[in-house]
Design a protein around this ligand. Structure first.
Ligand code: P5A
Length: 445
């Protein structure tokens, strides 16, 4: 993309209403614009990041055999009356009446709707196990929406639902989701730690939240610091293997790690003092096993191999996709701006022309730009008639992980400069070498 043809409304001033770095930087970098409290428009560069996160989520869900679909945002209140949650959900639920006087709502989550789809389509144990998911906007009328997309009212969630014949099978689905989540967050360049949590309005008493440690996080957490050494890495896991998934869960939940809702001071005191940590974290996902909480009241039953009608065992599993954009920035920024991890960067390489209008610089930039595009490196070419300082400041703010700088002086000796946004280090090399280096860095991401 050429910057002169793009829509990147960068703000010079730091917006007064933004209290944390990610909110400030998302506004300043022209990624989002507030529409009303807790509700945002995603401007082109913000949308690119959001889509990239969605792609990673889709790939990891489908790798585990989970099936994508799409449910609507607006739901009928009747289903929620059947499950008993219509009244329980309280003021967080945005209630709507249509022109016929029917009670509707903007879905805060989809357990009821998916259970309704299941009950009207599936009747035999032979159709199990089944895990369906979608990525869809949710609405929760939070009392205090804050920190931009971190605690929005409208937000994007991946929500998945498993249907199984037995509790054991449903727990395998739970473990499988834990593995997919570990892989997903790591691919995004984030460490998210599974911690025992509380079921809240979703229910069930077996649930883990995934937390990214950050001073600005809204959750208080307690953990054994040994847990931060665990990496999922590049393991090739067989998602059908009960033992393999259980093994990962055991490994990642063996150490004490809990949110304040489930914190147990006596257990915590057993950890050696040097490893006992309390900190703040951003909740980027949560997995639940809740058995027959929804299948019983809604009548989601299957006929088992003995001919008996039994309610299915279920769980639901959520990733806060839009919140992750904020969490990623909280974990990856400096005082000049965002530093995108390579796997999620909206533009992988920034191209800066130090002397727009100089025919040699313009021609070389056009050539490098085409070369980057041909290698799938999604460049952002700053082709504005601006001072070098302003161009560098924009690139630093929006956080392309790599920058190629082209100027008449370097070109005389046949070199351009390749700079890492993270380390700040620059190296001079031929344009071809810079293209090859960038292609190597992003290979397989
Ligand atoms: C699991 C999927 C559920 O809703 N039902 C379907 C279950 N879980 S949850 O923990 O309540 O939400 C899942 C994730 O969504 C993100 N999230 C939010 N993101 C931004 N703004 C909000 N107001 C908000 N509320 C929840 C979190 O990342 C959460 O883990």
């Amino acid at each position: 993309m050429r910057l002169t043809r793009y829509f990147l409304p960068v703000l010079r001033e730091t917006p007064a209403e933004a209290q944390i770095a990610s909110h400030r930087l998302m506004l300043r970098a022209g990624m989002i614009r507030q529409a009303s409290a807790g509700i945002y428009s995603w401007l082109p560069m913000g949308l690119k990041v959001l889509r990239r996160l969605e792609d990673i989520v889709h790939e990891e869900q489908q790798r585990a055999g989970h099936i994508p679909m799409l449910m609507p945002t607006i739901q009928s209140a009747d289903l929620w009356r059947e499950s008993g949650r219509y009244d329980d959900y309280g003021q967080e639920m945005l209630r709507i009446t249509d022109r016929h006087g029917r009670d509707m709502l903007f879905g805060p989550t989809n357990e009821e709707l998916i259970t309704d789809i299941f009950r009207s389509s599936i009747g035999s144990y032979k159709d199990l196990p089944l895990t369906l998911y979608h990525i869809q906007w949710k609405f929760r009328d939070e009392v205090r929406p804050r920190f931009g997309v971190m605690r929005g009212r409208e937000f994007l969630m991946k929500d998945g639902y498993n249907f199984d014949l037995t509790k054991e099978a449903a727990l395998h689905a739970y473990n499988r989701h834990l593995v997919t989540y570990l892989r997903t967050y790591e691919r995004m360049g984030l460490q998210a730690i599974p911690m025992r949590a509380d079921g809240g309005p979703i229910g069930g008493d077996y649930t883990h939240e995934f937390l990214v440690l950050a001073e600005t996080g809204e959750s208080e957490v307690f953990y054994d610091s040994a847990i931060t050494d665990l990496k999922f890495g590049d393991r090739d896991i067989d998602y059908d293997s009960v033992a393999a998934c259980q093994g990962v869960l055991d490994e990642f939940t063996a150490r004490y790690a809990r949110t304040d809702e489930t914190h147990d001071a006596a257990l915590f005191a057993e950890i050696p003092e040097a490893r006992r940590k309390s900190a703040r974290g951003i909740e980027v996902g949560q997995i639940f096993y809740f058995g027959t909480k929804y299948s019983e009241p809604l009548g989601a039953v299957v006929v088992d191999s003995e001919g008996a009608r039994v309610p299915v065992h279920m769980g639901s599993h959520g990733i806060g996709v839009s919140r992750l954009v904020g969490a990623l920035i909280e974990a990856n920024h400096d005082d000049r701006g965002i530093i995108w991890p390579e796997s999620v960067a909206p533009f992988k390489v920034g191209l800066v022309n130090l002397k727009q209008g100089d025919s040699a610089a313009d021609a070389k930039c056009a050539e490098i730009y085409a070369g980057l595009q041909a290698r799938g490196l999604d460049p952002l070419y700053d082709d504005r008639e601006e001072r070098a300082g302003a161009k560098f400041a924009t690139m630093d703010l929006i956080g392309c992980p790599w920058r190629i700088t082209v100027g008449p002086r370097g070109l005389k000796s046949g070199v351009v400069e390749l700079t890492s946004r993270r380390s700040g280090e620059s190296e001079e090399m031929s344009p071809e070498a810079a293209l090859d280096r960038c292609a190597g860095i992003f290979q397989g991401l």
